[in-house]
Design a protein around this ligand. Structure first.
Ligand code: 0WK
Ligand code: 0WK
Ligand code: BGC
Ligand code: BGC
Length: 895
C-alpha cells in the first residue's frame, strides 16, 4: 500500500503542474517588464500625438481637454444634484459641499439612489435613454422633497469619450462598453439632457458641468489629497486622466497653468500600436463586441471583457483537450457566461469558487482543471493590471518630464469595480508601477463613494468661474460703448467751450520742414519724471543731451511756487552740467496738463491731472510762473518761446522723421491725443484738445463700473478726467485692485481673505499689469508677484488675477483705440478722402512697456476706422525734441 502512495506521489510530482500548461498556453499574455516598458513608451508616443495639433486627427488616443484647470482648492461649496451615467450603475445623487472641510472630515454629504437602465435602452434611441435619465432625476427630487421650483445646479458624470468645447458641453465621439445608442454621436449630451428635462417638466435644473468619470474621480480624491492629479477607472471600461501643462495642449488657447486631459486610453492600439500584443482571444472578444476595431486596450483590460477572455481561453483549452478531458458544455460556449466577477471570485479563497463556477457551467472540473482555470483567470487579470501599470507609468513619466523632476510625489485617484472587487488587482498594479518607477512616490487613493462628489466639485468651480467671468465680462462690455461718445464729444468740443473734451488749440500751425537749426533747451514736465534736454539741430541731424529729475509727491502737491522753484533748480543743475549757465537758450516747455493757450508761449492751467495738485497754479499762466521761478533763482536765464503739450511735442518729434505724422498720442501716466485740425473747423480760436475729460459730464455713465467710481472717488480730482481714469497708467493698477478686492470680498478669490495689502490704495501699480500679462511669465511667476504683494493665492487665483488685468488693460487700449479711430476718421472726412494714410506719434510707458496695449489699440483703430491706414510711430526721444522743434520754428518765424 505504502508503495502505491509513493508511486502516485512521484507520479503526481512527475505529473505536470497544471499551471505550467496554462503558462505555456497563455505565454503571449504573460508580459515581462521590458515588454511593459515598451508598451509604456508606445503609449507615451500616442499621448504626444493626441496633444499636438498636427497629429491629433489621426491619433487613436484622443487626449481630450476637459476645461478642468485645477484640482480642488477647498473653496468649493454648494448643494448640487449629480447624475452618474456610464459605469456599471446609473446613479442620481444629492451632494452638499461645505467650504474648507475635506471629505474625510465629512465636509461633503451625499445621498444617492441607483436606477437600473433597461437593457433595451443601451441600444435604443438617445431620446429614450435621456428621458429615462431625466425621469429618474425627477423621481429622486420628489423623493428627497427637493422643491421643483428651486433651481438645482447639476453635475453630470458621463463616462464616454466626449469633446468639451466648454465645461458644460460634451460632444459624444463614440459609444463603448455596453452602450450603442442611436442619434447622439457628434451631438452635445448636455443639450440632450436639458431637452429631456424640459420634456419631463416640473423641474428647474441648471446643468453646470459634464465630466468624464476619470476626471470626477480625480477631483473626488483631490478634495482630500492635493497631490491627486491623476484619475483612473478600472471598471466596466477603463480610462485615465491627468493634469497636463496647458502649453502642451494645442487644442486649447493659452499657455498658462494646467488642464486635466481625459486620455481615453481605452482606444490605445486602435491604430495597430499594440498589434504584437494582441492574442487571438483578444481578436475574438473584439469581433463579438458592440464596437469591433475600437477600444483595443480596454478590451484587454476592463471588466466588460475579462470574464469573456477567460471563457474563450477555457473554451479553447477544453476544445484542445487540455481541460475537462476535452468536454465542452453549451454554457461554456455561451458569450458572457463567465463574468469578470467570476474571474475575481476564482482568484479568491482557493479553488472552491472556481469549482462552483465551472460546475455552474455544467462542467465537471477535476482539481487540476480548477487549478488551471484559476490560473487562466490570474494570467488574464494579471495582464490587465500590468497593462494598466504600463499606461500609468507613461502618464507619470509625462508629468515628471513636464515638470523637469527626477522623482515625483503624486496621488492617483482610482475607482471601478475591477479595482474595487478584484482581491489581488490593486496590489499587483501598485507593485508594478513602483517597480517600473522606483524614483516616484505614487500613492493610490480609492474613491470610496463614486465620482459624483468630484463632479459636484467641478460644478462648484464652474459656478465660481461663471460668476467671476460674469464680473470680468462686465468690464468687457465697457469697450464697445465708448465709440459713440467719442465722435459726439469731438464735434461738440470744437464748437463750444463747455464740452468735456476741451479741444484746446496749440497754436502750432504746421509741422517741421527740416530747416530747423540751432541749440534749444526742452523742459518736459508731466509724465513720470521731469526732463531737461538740450537739442541741437544741424542739417537734418539732431543731437540730444538730457537729464531726468524726479518730482517728489510733496512738490507735486505743495505750492505752485515750490513746484516751479523745483523745476528751476533742476534746469539750473542741467545747464550747470552742460556748462551752459551763461547762455540764454531758447526753450520749449512741454507741460503735460490742460492749458488754455492764448498764444504759442502762454497758457493758463485749466486743471491739474495725474496726481498733481500744487496750489495757486490753476488759472495761472504756467510760462510766467516758470519765468518767475527762474528770476527768483537768479542763476541763469531762458527765452521760453513755446509752451507745448506732450502730445503736441510727441507729434512734432515724430513728424520730424515722418511728415505724415499729424496725430500725437500719450498713453502713459496720463492719456491724451492731439491732431492737426482744419483751421476752418476751430470756431473758438483760442483752444486745443483734451480727451482725458470725456465723461466728466456723465456721458460715460453706462460704461463706468463701480470699480471706476471707487478709483475716481479716492483720486485727488474726483469727477474729473473720467476718460483718463479708465485708460491711463496712473489708474489701471488701482482699478485692478478694486476688482480683486470685490472678488475677494465675495469669496471668489484668495479664499475670501481680504488682506490689509489688498485694502491699500496704490499697492497694485500698473507696472504689475504689464508684468502679469507678459506672455513669457509662467503662472508660478504671477503667483510670486502676488506673494511679493502679500497676496497668497492658488493657481486658480493667479489665472483670475491675470484675467482681470487683461480685461482692464484691454478696455483701456480699446477705449483709446476708439478715440483714435474717431479722430483719424474725422480728419479723413474733413479732407473728403475715401482713404486716409496717416502716422501717429506715440509715447508713454503704457504704450511702450505694456505687453498687449499697443497691439489691442492698433486692432481697435483698424476695426473702427477701416478707411484709414494708420501707422503708429513710437517716439524715441520723447516730446522734448518736439518742444525744441516748435521753439525752433517759432524762433525762425520771428527772425
Ligand atoms: C464609480 C463612479 C462612476 C464610474 C464607475 C466606473 O462613480 O462614475 O463610471 O465607478 O466603474 P464601473 O462601475 O464601470 O465598474
Ligand atoms: C515721454 C514724453 C513726455 C510724456 C511722457 C508720458 O517725453 O512728454 O509726458 O512720455 O509718458 P509717461 O511718462 O507718463 O509714461
Ligand atoms: C470610456 C471612458 C470612461 C471609461 C471608464 C471607457 O469605455 O471611453 O470615457 O472613462 O470607460 O468608465
Ligand atoms: C493731461 C494731458 C497730457 C496727458 C498725457 C493728461 O493728464 O491732461 O495734458 O497730455 O496727461 O501726459
Amino acid at each position: 500500500m505504502l508503495a502505491v502512495h509513493l508511486i502516485s506521489f512521484f507520479f503526481s510530482k512527475l505529473k505536470e503542474d497544471p499551471t505550467k500548461k496554462v503558462d505555456r498556453f497563455l505565454h503571449a499574455m504573460r508580459l515581462q517588464d521590458e515588454q511593459l516598458v515598451d508598451i509604456s513608451n508606445r503609449f507615451l508616443a500616442e499621448m504626444k500625438k493626441g496633444l499636438s495639433a498636427e497629429s491629433l486627427a489621426a491619433a487613436a488616443v484622443k487626449m481630450l481637454p476637459t476645461h478642468v484647470r485645477s484640482t480642488p482648492d477647498g473653496s468649493e461649496k454648494g448643494q448640487f444634484v449629480a447624475l452618474d451615467l456610464g459605469g456599471s450603475k446609473f446613479k442620481v445623487l444629492r451632494v452638499k459641499v461645505r467650504e474648507d472641510e475635506g471629505i474625510n472630515k465629512g465636509g461633503v454629504e451625499m445621498e444617492e439612489k441607483t436606477y437600473p437602465i433597461p437593457k433595451e435602452l443601451h441600444e435604443g434611441r438617445a431620446v429614450e435613454l435621456f428621458d429615462h435619465v431625466s425621469e429618474s432625476l425627477k423621481d429622486f427630487l420628489l423623493e428627497k422633497n427637493m422643491s421643483p421650483e428651486k433651481k438645482h445646479p447639476l453635475a453630470f458624470t458621463f463616462s464616454f469619450p466626449c469633446e468639451h468645447p466648454g465645461l458644460d458641453q460634451g460632444l459624444l465621439l463614440s459609444w463603448c462598453k455596453n452602450y450603442k445608442v442611436r442619434g447622439l454621436q457628434g451631438k452635445d449630451v448636455v443639450q440632450f439632457l436639458r431637452q429631456a428635462i424640459d420634456r419631463t417638466g416640473d423641474m428647474d435644473v441648471d446643468v453646470l458641468a459634464v465630466v468624464n468619470d476619470t476626471v470626477a474621480t480625480m477631483m473626488t480624491c483631490g478634495f482630500d489629497d492635493q497631490c491627486c492629479e491623476v484619475g483612473l477607472i478600472i471598471g466596466t471600461g477603463t480610462n485615465a486622466c491627468y493634469m497636463e501643462e496647458l502649453r502642451h495642449i494645442d487644442m486649447v488657447q493659452g499657455d498658462e497653468g494646467r488642464m486635466c486631459v481625459n486620455t481615453e486610453w481605452g482606444a490605445f492600439g486602435d491604430d495597430g500600436a499594440l498589434h504584437d500584443f494582441i492574442t487571438d482571444f483578444d481578436r475574438d472578444v473584439d469581433a463579438a463586441s458592440l464596437n469591433p476595431g475600437k477600444q483595443t486596450f480596454e478590451k484587454m483590460v476592463s471588466g466588460m471583457y475579462l470574464g469573456e477572455l477567460v471563457r474563450l481561453v477555457v473554451l479553447k483549452m477544453a476544445k484542445l483537450g487540455l481541460l475537462f478531458d476535452g468536454h465542452v458544455s453549451d454554457a461554456l460556449r455561451t458569450k458572457g457566461k463567465i463574468t469578470t466577477a467570476d474571474v475575481a471570485a476564482m482568484e479568491e479563497n482557493g479553488l472552491k469558487n472556481t469549482k462552483e463556477i465551472l460546475t455552474h457551467l455544467h462542467l465537471t472540473p477535476s482539481p487540476d482543471d480548477c487549478v488551471a482555470v484559476q490560473h487562466v483567470s490570474t494570467i488574464v487579470s494579471f495582464r490587465s493590471s500590468n497593462l494598466v501599470a504600463a499606461g500609468l507609468v507613461a502618464i507619470l513619466t509625462r508629468i515628471r518630464q513636464n515638470r523637469n523632476l527626477r522623482g515625483l510625489r503624486i496621488t492617483v485617484g482610482v475607482d471601478g469595480t475591477v479595482y474595487k472587487t478584484h482581491p489581488q488587482y490593486p496590489k499587483r498594479l501598485h507593485k508594478v508601477v513602483r517597480r517600473l518607477l522606483p524614483d516616484c512616490h505614487v500613492r493610490f487613493v480609492l474613491s470610496e463613494c463614486g465620482s459624483s462628489k468630484g463632479a459636484a466639485l467641478v460644478a462648484a468651480v464652474a459656478q465660481r468661474l461663471t460668476s467671476q467671468r460674469r464680473k470680468v465680462r462686465l468690464l468687457d462690455f465697457i469697450r464697445f460703448r465708448c465709440q459713440e461718445n467719442r465722435e459726439e464729444g469731438l464735434e461738440a468740443g470744437l464748437k463750444s467751450k463747455g464740452c468735456t473734451i476741451k479741444m484746446l488749440p496749440s497754436f502750432v500751425y504746421h509741422t517741421p520742414d527740416g530747416t530747423e537749426r540751432g541749440k534749444y533747451l526742452a523742459l518736459d514736465l508731466g509724465g513720470t519724471n521731469f526732463r531737461a534736454m538740450l537739442v541741437r539741430f544741424k542739417r537734418q541731424k539732431t543731437r540730444l543731451y538730457h537729464k531726468i529729475y524726479t518730482i517728489p509727491l510733496e512738490i507735486m502737491q505743495g505750492t505752485g511756487e515750490e513746484l516751479f522753484d523745483h523745476l528751476a533748480q533742476c534746469v539750473c543743475d542741467f545747464l550747470d552740467y552742460m556748462g551752459l549757465k551763461n547762455v540764454r537758450l531758447p526753450a520749449g516747455f512741454t507741460f503735460s496738463f490742460p492749458c488754455q493757450q492764448s498764444d504759442i508761449d502762454t497758457g493758463t492751467l485749466v486743471s491739474w491731472t495725474k496726481g498733481f495738485k500744487a496750489t495757486d497754479c490753476e488759472g495761472e499762466d504756467v510760462v510766467s510762473m516758470l519765468r518767475e521761478a527762474i528770476k527768483r533763482r537768479n542763476e541763469f536765464d531762458l527765452d521760453i518761446v513755446a509752451l507745448v503739450n506732450d502730445t503736441v511735442g510727441t507729434m512734432m518729434s515724430c513728424a520730424y522723421e515722418d511728415p505724415k505724422c499729424e496725430v500725437g498720442m500719450i498713453a502713459g501716466t496720463g492719456s491724451n491725443l492731439c491732431y492737426m485740425e482744419e483751421l476752418r473747423n476751430i470756431e473758438k480760436l483760442e483752444q486745443s484738445n483734451k480727451w482725458g475729460g470725456l465723461g466728466n459730464d456723465r456721458c460715460l455713465e453706462d460704461i463706468i463700473t463701480l470699480y471706476d467710481v471707487e478709483v475716481d472717488i479716492h483720486s485727488v480730482n474726483p469727477g474729473k478726467q473720467r476718460f483718463e481714469k479708465l485708460t491711463s497708467g496712473m489708474y489701471l493698477g488701482e482699478i485692478v485692485r478694486q476688482v480683486l478686492l470685490d472678488l475677494t470680498r465675495r469669496g471668489l478669490l484668495f479664499k475670501g481673505h481680504v488682506t490689509e495689502t489688498l485694502k491699500t490704495p496704490g499697492i497694485f501699480e500698473t507696472k504689475y499689469l504689464s508684468q502679469i500679462e507678459s506672455d513669457h511669465l509662467a503662472l508660478l511667476q504671477v503667483r510670486s508677484i502676488l506673494q511679493q504683494l502679500g497676496l497668497h493665492g492658488t493657481c486658480d487665483d493667479s489665472i483670475i488675477v491675470k484675467e482681470v488685468c487683461g480685461a482692464v488693460s484691454r478696455r483701456a487700449a480699446q477705449m483709446c483705440g476708439a478715440g483714435m479711430a474717431a479722430v483719424v476718421d474725422k480728419i479723413r472726412e474733413d479732407r473728403g478722402l475715401e482713404r486716409l494714410s496717416i502716422t501717429v506719434g506715440v509715447d508713454g510707458a503704457l504704450y511702450k512697456l505694456h505687453p498687449h496695449f499697443s497691439q489691442v489699440l492698433k486692432e481697435t483703430v483698424g476695426v473702427m476706422a477701416p478707411q484709414c491706414d494708420v501707422t503708429f510711430m513710437p517716439s524715441e526721444e520723447g516730446s522734448g525734441k518736439g518742444a525744441a522743434l516748435i521753439a525752433a520754428v517759432v524762433r525762425q518765424k520771428l527772425r
